[in-house]
Design a protein around this ligand. Structure first.
Ligand code: F6R
Length: 366
């Protein structure tokens, strides 16, 4: 049932090219210049007239929500707020019938997320669910929605659910950008075509697995790790740190790269591995100068870079390449090596990768 893999998590990491394809199958029609999503088409006015979109989720799904904030604001020019469902539901939030609430949940059963959408519905907001499990409670409670179609995710640490959530949310943002008229025909077409290349580029990113195993062996005994990224890749840094924490039990923190100098930089010495996402697009030069700051404090740098990068290679202790793509699609690629590094470190430490201690796949109590 693990399809020849040692763990469900590894199987699910490797399933991502197919899972992403399944997510956009029948929706992304690049040759016709079309994205078809019934849940959006039928409710287009709600989205176009919304004052803002509020995204609620927990854990990894919350990280997908953060990526979506960048995508929706950047591409569709719709204001977005991203909330932890547990905080949102208890802080007497201001919600009106001009709000659209998007709930993101792999299981569709997370208690806090479910409670958040019930609250939003009571206040008259339109609720859109992005779930993986068909017929789940959140899917049923939502006014409309889009499934991720990632297939069952068995490993407790979420992997393919994350990248397919980002895929669905990207399709939504593109559709809204087009409908709002903020996207030219040619830019829209460029995005659709580029999205179609993503499964192949994820496949390519998975080819670093052997190199990543070697890097994992170097850092497996660390007690702390930092993860840094900017822009679209700031949430990816958070997700990388969460993956390491939950399955290898190493303390890790994700930070926006520029925030490093406001505190975490004090932690950096020769024992601190720092994973930096430094892809060519999106504040590249600024990330390079962050890397220089880490280097001058003797931190160990593991950089995720764009294929063919030369500048970071000279500074970093290790570089892991991912193919080039549009900036807003880079999280779909940069996430892959971070999932693999966590996996290998956890295996080397003898941890129960698929069922980490204290965690449950579906958190149905608050
Ligand atoms: C992380 C993880 C959790 C879930 C969170 C939300 O790997 O599995 O953080 O992402 O419990 O779960 P869903 O998406 O089912 O609402």
């Amino acid at each position: 049932e693990k399809g020849g893999y040692d763990h469900f998590m590894l199987k699910e990491i490797y399933e991502q090219p197919r899972a992403i394809k399944d997510t956009y199958r029948g929706r992304l029609l690049a040759d016709q210049g079309l994205i078809r999503m019934a849940g959006i088409d039928l409710n287009m006015e709600k989205f176009l007239n919304a004052n803002r979109i509020i995204i609620v989720a927990c854990g990894t799904s919350w990280h997908a929500g953060l990526v979506a904030e960048y995508i929706f604001e950047d591409l569709a020019r719709i204001p977005v707020e991203v909330e932890y469902a547990s905080e949102f539901r208890y802080r007497n939030p201001v919600i009106t019938d001009k709000d659209v609430l998007i709930a993101i949940s792999q299981s569709g059963e997370t208690a806090d997320t479910l409670a958040a959408i019930k609250l939003a519905k009571e206040k008259g907001a339109f609720v859109f669910g992005v779930c993986n499990v068909v017929g789940s409670s959140i899917a049923r409670e939502s006014d409309a929605g889009a499934y991720t179609h990632a297939g069952p995710e068995i490993g407790v640490a979420s992997t393919k659910a994350f990248t397919t959530q980002i895929t669905v949310l990207t399709l939504m943002a593109l559709k809204l950008a087009k409908a709002k008229g903020v996207f030219s025909e040619s830019r829209y077409h460029e995005y659709l075509c580029e999205l179609e290349t993503i499964p192949g580029k994820v496949e390519k990113s998975l080819e670093s697995n052997t190199l990543i195993e070697i890097i994992a062996d170097v850092y497996k005994d660390s007690t702390n790790c930092l993860y840094l990224g900017r822009g679209y890749n700031f949430p990816v840094a958070l997700e990388g740190a969460l993956k390491l924490k939950e399955i290898s039990y190493i303390h890790a923190e994700g930070y926006p790269a520029a925030e490093m100098k406001h505190g975490p930089i004090a932690l950096i010495d020769e024992h601190m591995p720092v994973f930096v996402i430094a892809t060519k697009k999106g504040h590249y030069e600024k990330v390079v100068s962050n890397i220089q700051e880490i280097k001058s404090r003797k931190g160990k740098i593991i950089a995720i870079v764009t294929e063919g990068d030369e500048q970071v290679k000279d500074l970093a202790d290790h570089v892991i390449e991912v193919p080039e793509t549009l900036e807003s699609l880079t999280p779909l690629l940069t996430t892959i090596p971070l999932q693999l590094i966590s996996y290998h470190i956890a295996v080397m430490r003898g941890c129960n990768v698929d069922q980490p201690r204290n965690l449950a796949k579906s958190v149905t109590v608050e």
